[in-house]
Design a protein around this ligand. Structure first.
Ligand code: KIV
Ligand code: ZN
Length: 389
């Protein structure tokens, strides 16, 4: 048995992910995605914001009724009506969590909430206590923590834990932080808050500067034990930290991370495909882990290395994240060895070296004209060579 801590994976594809402009989903689609997240063994599924609309309420309730293996979470502002609606939507869940939040940065408190820091602490405490009437599993978030003052964050969080929050989430709401700074914030919070050991510290990073995954990982190295993320990095504006990248970074670099997730990684690609087809958001080919080229090799040098030992150019196995296999793309950079191997896989064996060299020369001519050479092209090319004999 491993001695490592568990890293809790909290997926918010159905809530923050749905906040991507153009990504709204129907109730049935949300249930399909939730079932896919359950197969992935995601620990917590944030299913929506029940008081946002009747549709959101019904979707959260439907997810709570159909998923048994993951905890189902609903989002609520620090307002009684939001919290109670959330509690009602989650009533049938096997395991339920209420996630309540209020902003703690000077700009949000002054300009958006128009509340004093003292009033925000009072509101946070009241919200956590209200949520605790529904469930013991309460998460509290300091919205825009990434731009909040550290002393003030310590004060709010200490009070939220005293009121009964068991998960404390530190969002970098506008993706403003850089890894070293964000990691240091987590380290300081854990060190300075006297009752920090009574809660799990979580992070929720947005990707405005393309740093969401890096910031989350640095937070984990500094003591966070829950990461909030979405499939394909979907989410408000530039999105959230991507689940597949976080999970595979932690799994691949166990030498660096003091914890591990319980995610069933072969379900990663199916989940990515499902979310992409439902939302209509295409996955870029060079996207880590789930992009079509993530395990494709074209250059002759790489293909030759791969044929000798996969680990020359692969740090993960394609099959471990749900691809059927890695892919040797036949193109103008491919070498003779890869060409010969692919043809052998197609059942074509050359009798002489001259024959192989002739076919390879024709292949290179064709590859100069065509981006990717498919198996059908190879078969046509070989049968032409053989007919000319
Ligand atoms: O980005 C954010 O701050 C949020 C909170 C509601 C957690 O999504
Ligand atoms: Zn967010």
């Amino acid at each position: 048995m491993s001695q490592k801590d568990k890293l809790i994976v909290f997926d918010t594809t159905l809530r923050d992910g749905e906040q991507s402009p153009g990504a709204s989903m129907t109730l049935d689609e949300k249930v399909r995605i939730a079932k896919s997240l359950e197969r992935l063994r995601v620990d917590v599924i944030e299913a929506g914001f029940p008081n946002a609309s009747q549709g959101d309420f019904e979707s959260v309730r439907a997810v709570a009724r159909s998923v048994r293996e993951s905890t189902i979470c609903g989002l609520a502002r620090a307002i009684n009506s939001d919290i109670d609606r959330c509690g009602e939507a989650l009533a049938d869940a096997e395991s339920a969590r209420i996630h309540t939040f209020i902003a703690t940065s000077p700009i949000h408190m002054q300009q958006k909430l128009r509340m004093s820091p003292e009033e925000v602490v009072e509101r946070a405490v009241a919200a956590v206590k209200r949520a605790r009437k529904w469930t013991d599993n309460v998460e509290f978030s300091c919205e825009d923590a990434g731009r909040s003052e550290l002393d003030y964050l310590c004060r709010v969080i200490e009070q939220a834990i005293k009121a009964g929050a068991r998960t404390i989430n530190i969002p970098d709401t506008v993706g403003y932080n850089v890894p070293s700074q964000f990691g240091e914030t987590i380290r300081q919070l854990l060190e300075r808050i006297p009752n920090a050991d009574q809660a799990v510290f979580s992070v929720h990073c947005h990707n405005d500067l393309g740093l969401a995954v890096a910031n989350s990982l640095e937070a984990v190295i500094n003591g966070a034990r829950q990461v909030e993320c979405t499939i394909n990095g979907l989410g408000e504006r530039a999105g959230n930290a991507s689940l597949e990248e976080l999970v595979m970074a932690v799994r691949t670099r166990q030498d660096v991370f003091p914890c591990e997730t319980h995610i069933y990684t072969p379900e990663i690609v199916p989940a990515s495909r499902l979310v992409s087809s439902i939302t209509g958001f295409a996955v870029q080919p060079n996207k880590a882990i789930v992009g079509a080229n993530a395990f494709a090799h074209e250059s002759g040098i790489h293909q030759d290395g791969m044929l000798k030992n996969r680990e020359t150019y692969e740090i993960m196995r394609a099959e471990d994240v749900g691809w059927k296999t890695n892919k040797m793309v036949m193109g103008k950079h491919s070498g003779r060895n890869a060409f010969k191997t692919r043809l052998e896989e197609l059942g074509v064996n050359f009798e002489t070296n001259e024959e192989l060299n002739g076919a390879f020369a024709r292949f290179k001519e064709l590859a100069d004209k065509k981006h990717e050479i498919f198996d059908e092209d190879l078969q046509a090319l070989v049968s032409e060579t053989q007919h000319e004999k």
